[in-house]
Write a protein that binds this ligand. Structure first.
Ligand code: HEM
Length: 151
């Protein structure tokens, strides 16, 4: 069915909670990704030469914030028009970056799980199945748009 106003509100408000604590949450996000997909480490310019996830590298925070922000934007698009449409230039750019790195479908699933756990940590006792499902749908639609641009 359609993405509801309530789902969009759940995603937006928890994105704000995420933004309050990006230094901690971005490190958690990459730690979770690398636990499940150790091979992904070598793909990231800011991870490949470090031991674990670097604590003070601004690139770690910037990239994590982008992923969460684009997912939040996708929730808004799903609510407004029922689909995620990336602007042409962004679509081409994200398609080529991820294709060049050889990002796989299972890695998209690992990133989704890490994103959901990170949101869980961000919102604490405000977490609900409904909140998690709303993020999951927005992420899946965004991931589908990126994968389409990769092919
Ligand atoms: C780069 C978003 C999924 C690996 C990027 C960039 C963005 C982005 C915005 C920066 C592009 C630039 O250089 O300007 C997303 C979103 C995703 C997603 C929204 C899911 C919906 C993934 C997955 C992987 C991945 C599943 C693999 C584990 C990478 C890598 C880079 C990158 C390796 C290059 C980073 C670097 O070395 O600087 N992504 N990404 N991404 N992404 Fe993703």
């Amino acid at each position: 069915g359609a993405f509801t106003e309530k789902q969009e509100a759940l995603v937006s408000s928890s994105f704000e909670a995420f933004k309050q604590n990006i230094p901690h949450l971005s490190i958690l996000f990459y730690t979770l990704i690398l636990e499940k997909a150790p091979a992904a480490k070598g793909l990231f310019s800011f991870l490949k030469d470090s031991d674990g996830v670097p604590q003070d590298n601004p690139k770690v925070k910037a990239h994590a914030e982008k992923v969460f922000e684009l997912t939040r934007d996708s929730a808004a698009q799903l609510r407004a028009k029922g689909e995620v449409v990336l602007p042409d230039a962004i679509s081409k750019h994200l398609g080529s970056v991820h294709a060049e790195k050889g990002v796989t479908d299972p890695q998209f699933v690992v990133v989704k799980e890490a994103l959901l756990k990170t949101i869980n940590e961000a919102v604490g006792d405000k977490w609900s199945e409904e909140l998690s499902a709303a993020w999951g749908i927005a992420y899946d639609e965004l991931a589908a748009a990126i994968k389409k641009a990769m092919s």
